[in-house]
Ligand binder design. Sequence first.
Ligand SMILES: Nc1nc2c(ncn2[C@@H]2O[C@H](COP(=O)(O)O[C@H]3[C@@H](O)[C@H](n4cnc5c(=O)[nH]c(N)nc54)O[C@@H]3COP(=O)(O)O)[C@@H](O)[C@H]2O)c(=O)[nH]1
Length: 695
Amino acid sequence: MKPPLQLLLVEDSQDDADLLAIALRRGGLEAEVSRVDSAEQFRAALLDATWDVILSDVNLPGFGAEAALRIVDQLAVSTPFIVVSGHLNTEEAVTMMRAGAEDFVKKDDMARLVPAVERAIRDAELLRDKKQAEVKVRKLSQAVEQSPGGVVILDRSGRIEYINAAFAQMLNEERENVLNHSFYDLLSKNSPTHRTQQIQRALDVGGHWRGEVHTRTHDGSAIWLYVTLSPMRTEESIIEHYLVMAEDISVRKEYEQKLMRQASYDELTKLPNRLLAFDRISVALADARRNQHKAALFFLDLDNFKNVNDTLGHFAGDALLVEAATRLGSCLRENTTLARFGGDEFLIVMPDLDSPNSAHLVAQRILKALQQPFYIQGRELFVTASLGITVFPDDGENTQALLQNADAAMYRSKDIGRNSYSFFTKEMNQQVSQRLGIETQLRRALSQHEFHLAYQPVMDAASGQMVAVEALLRWNNKELGFVPPDRFIPIAEETGLIVPIGEWVLREATRQVAQWQRHYGLPLRLAVNVSARQFQGEGLLPLLREVLDETGFAPESLELEITERLILNETASNSEQLLRIHEMGVSLSVDDFGTGFSALSYLKRFPFRVLKIDRSFIRDICTDQGDASLTKAIIAMAHGLGLHVIAEGVEEQSQEQFLMASQCDMLQGYYYSRPLPAADIEPFIQRFQQQANTG
Ligand SMILES: Nc1nc2c(ncn2[C@@H]2O[C@H](COP(=O)(O)O[C@H]3[C@@H](O)[C@H](n4cnc5c(=O)[nH]c(N)nc54)O[C@@H]3COP(=O)(O)O)[C@@H](O)[C@H]2O)c(=O)[nH]1
């Protein structure tokens, strides 16, 4: 049940008030009437309670409808005001209407009272609803207007009817300039993109769209927006407008793109990295499959890059890589991917190989480009490359197979002397599987006792006496037969197996030579090869101490042969270990001198006793003036540094004579003896023992 209406009556006559109450009741209106007859009472009533309608007589002693309307106005009360009067002329009526009166009811026409009250209440309700709606709309439009996100309202055809301040600001546009313009044009800025076209299509079909749009502001700056477009439907479900909301995501996009770049590109060379390279290979293969054409994959490794890094430092190495990457890029067409695969390895993906000749031409161009000297940190450097090339689909169907092929082909180029390129052949697969076979067998070789040592004499050039033996590792495997050290030692080094194998070599050689020393009473020295890998970690020094203790071998009789590679790859740990070895009394010799990067300064920095000239210099010493001069210079320089010199690979008497004349200290080679198993070298030792005894 509805509560009774609350009516405030301005009336000085109680009789009139009663008549009014009767009229209301008769008209079926449940009402509680409160009567006031002075300005004070009226004001107090308005302040104390809420009223549905005010009914007021025109003239009361000292008060009246006009004064009451002024109070209503002052207190900003919105209650409908009806004037109830005996007499009212037109002038008075107009004045009161202007002052806010809603209606007039004559006291002699009380039948109009209830309809007038009801209408006034209805109108007041409508007015209240309207005001509330207006407030709501105002709030909403303020929210839209002041929203930090961009808001645009488009008409059915996509023209801008409204644009809020934020959106105008995002695009650096004056609002008036874009109103009534096409939203599509605003975003496209004369260069429509796939995304802006999608927006236009959504507008054409009355659809929704959301996504990222890359566009330009009024002054041409690039901006990324996240745009949501939705149709606004009437109650009859007719699309009359579109609502567009936009967020400026430029900062986020920039960050995302930076992360993407970091994840996909090499920081140093700015080339695609290994990850992106895989992606490009997949795309290239899919493309080649679709279009039934060929694609080529190049694997490129810079020759001797490590030496540059090790001798000139990482900054020089980095500068060289950047320059090499630039030169490589200049040899390739735009659709070809050049990626840095890691370290000094690069990958090239040629997506549409018209003929194998194109790959030949590119490889030749690359080798030529790299052959030009590099000027790094004021130095002139020469760096070449070894390339392996494989062709899809001829050589392999998938990324992994092709990468393996290109890698195998690259190793082939290294084997044939570097600075060259090789195409993958099926035989290379065999080589790869042979290598795997060696690795598998090598892992079992120690426990199966498949190794033995061969010893090669080292002769004193002046006395012709045998002064030392070099211990050389030999491997006989049940399945593979005799495997030359050149084939298995690099694999042992790569896999780390050289560490336990090297330990066995050291123990066995010192045991054997200590026995000969005791048996024949000869001051025989022993040379043992030690790989760079054995210097990694801290195991070598304790091993040496243990072995020397166990065998009683004099440290002064032991010589460790190390290659230039170890010295060039100078680390604090390597240097420290070399010094400690020297302090133990064990000698150090530089093996294969002349084949490395030949940074001679290390000869002064490390405590070497012996320098072994590589046999490649000795081979043509009697026929090649260059080799002859170089060998003489090496001997003179080594002597100048207080080093003894051994010439390796002496095979002929003429070589011996030349080396003796050049003051070479010691000689080693087939001319005296091939490396022989312990049992076979014993007669040799005996002969020298007799010579020593008789001489
Ligand atoms: N880390 C280790 N490396 C080792 C060990 N044993 C051997 N090696 C290294 O393997 C490479 C090949 O060695 P090998 O086939 O034994 O060849 C040696 C000699 O046989 C050979 N030589 C000697 N005289 C001549 C000659 O007159 N002509 C000719 N063509 N070759 C000759 O030279 C090799 C000597 O090697 P090195 O003095 O060490 O340079 C080789 O690099 C070995 O170092 C091992 O136990 N650990």
